[in-house]
Design a binder for this molecule. Sequence first.
Ligand SMILES: Nc1nc2c(ncn2[C@@H]2O[C@H](COP(=O)(O)OP(=O)(O)OP(=O)(O)O)[C@@H](O)[C@H]2O)c(=O)[nH]1
Ligand SMILES: [Mg+2]
Length: 672
Amino acid sequence: MRTLNLGILAHVDAGKTSLTERLLHAAGVIDEIGSVDAGSTQTDSLALERQRGITIKSAVVSFVIGDVTANLIDTPGHPDFIAEVERVLGVLDGTVLVISAVEGVQAQTRVLMRALQRLRIPTLIFVNKTDRAGAHPGRVLAGIAERLTPAIVAMGSGSGAGTRGCEFRPYGAGDEAFTARLAEVVAEHDDAVLAAYVQDEAGLPYRRLRRELARQARRGLVHPVFFGSAITGAGVAELTAGLTTFLPAAHGDAAGPASGTVFKVERGPAGEKIAYVRMFSGALRVRDRLPSGRGSPLGPGRDGEQRITAISVFERGPAVRRERVSAGQIGKLWGLRDVQTGDTLGVPPPGRPRHRFAPPTLETVVAPSRAADRGALHTALTQLAEQDPLIALRRDDVRGELLLSLYGEVQKEVIQATLAGEYGVEATFSASTTICIERPAGTGAAVEIIDTPPNPFLATVGLRIDPAPAGSGVRFRLEVELGSMPFSFFKAVEETVTQTLRQGIRGWQVTDCVVSMTRSGYWPRQSHAHAHFDKSMSSTAGDFRNLTPLVLMDALKQAGTRVYEPVHRFHLEIPADTFAAVLPELARLRALPWAPVMRGPLCLLEGEIPAAQVRELEEQLPGLTRGEGVLEAVFSRYQPVRGDIPARSRTDHNPLNREEYLLRVARRVAAR
Ligand SMILES: Nc1nc2c(ncn2[C@@H]2O[C@H](COP(=O)(O)OP(=O)(O)OP(=O)(O)O)[C@@H](O)[C@H]2O)c(=O)[nH]1
Ligand SMILES: [Mg+2]
């Protein structure tokens, strides 16, 4: 049996979950088609998802098409839950990108397509909702070519768009316009086809064109487009057939070394951790032992092991108990107490680049409604953050506050409801504020040598910080030999670098930089001339933990930093006659619109707006547009803050002031 790990991706509400139901029904996994609106689908199984009619967490179900087991991952489309999509991207063999035939290409569709193209994930496009009033498949197809990618081929045409009787008719060898289009598109990516095409346009046999299309689609170069409706079922059979033809289902390498990626972690009814793993090669079995600790450039930690206590594997619907999960499959693992989303199990999977969407740009202060719930709130938020690595939790030691980073207001409401429903903790959330970042303005380097004043610690640490491309995050590398010092000391430096950069010179997270360790040195236990071991004369990991922040902040001060604020790209549809009222409001909110496009009674405006102002625009819009304005905004980039730099309260204490820092370290040591 071959396997296909298939993602369903789209802008919110395009019909991913409804299409999933249809596919499951067509494959005979379910007898009745569930409905999002009635809260009866397979993949929207959380109570909150059923109440709200939106997907919040990614969910896996499987079905069989011919000799292929497809593991389908239904993802949320709301931008507040983009983190769920990010994790899933690394484990997919192919995707279906769903686009509504009424709304067409939307803001999130573009964000997703960019990621899919970057990762070269083979993608079919399904234009859904052709039954709905206002459906316009032709216009949507043109929109895809114009706004997503020109490398598309419509696989058929629709009739009866906008009615329940809509149908999809696949094209065949007799459709001349289709074969001409096919030849044109596949010739783009293959020189042999191009040569044959130039020689004789009509001379390429249809079967060769189809074969070439399949080959290119499976490599993510060309995207077949299908049309239909998840509600009436139109076009779903053709899409299903397309999944095995145009996406790369494969036999996994079951004999290879075990290699898997954890893309989701949830807690079971008794609070136990359950990890969802996609295996790339080899197999994991019940009772297998795995090293605990997270992956890093220095390799896994060496502190203990964890054991798999149970496994279930997705087969024809939900997961069933099995002794092993092997190459190609998706399984749920129990027993891995330290596991986190994004972990590698076994050897790293072969060359899969990672795509990172923008990190959360908002922050809120969370407080328990009852003072007695303080501890419970902290525990609950820690557990939620563990399932959601992008959702960072910070504690402001000065004000004694808990801060949570967020993508948006819907996510805030979901977290609030989860705290109440699953943990029994009522909590209040302050109005959200934007999170800025700091990037190094240049290069800086510093070093402190062991036993050389003013260095009070038994360690030598040299660090250099260099700026790196936007979006690349923080990378730590060694310019000294790994064997020159005990592993645990390097590990201590690496971890402390990450921690220290959480707050730069102005208090914001420092990112998009490379930190290189340029000097290292320590005193081993035996090197001391005296006969007996003297703890005060030999280096410990603590020396490295205490010294690293001093060196790093010196390097950072030398490099200097610049503060950047998040900016969103917006798409605004307003009645044309309200343009004159909307424009000054955009200016007041520091938005920069590009030239407006008039389409009949509508005015379409695109542009950029600081993330901090999006919520206010949302609030003002109904009043300015008689309630008819529609706004979409997604993160676009960071731009340097002009004028006053917003301050951030400090939580952990970076050594901006050396004396103060050393005093704090001394106090901490004395307290032990
Ligand atoms: N008329 C019509 N309605 C549809 C179709 N597909 C989905 N819908 C409706 O559109 C709404 C959203 O459908 P979902 O399947 O939840 O969309 P989704 O993409 O999973 O949404 P999120 O997961 O929240 O991003 C529901 O009210 C569906 O009933 C379709 O083909 N035709
Ligand atoms: Mg959904």
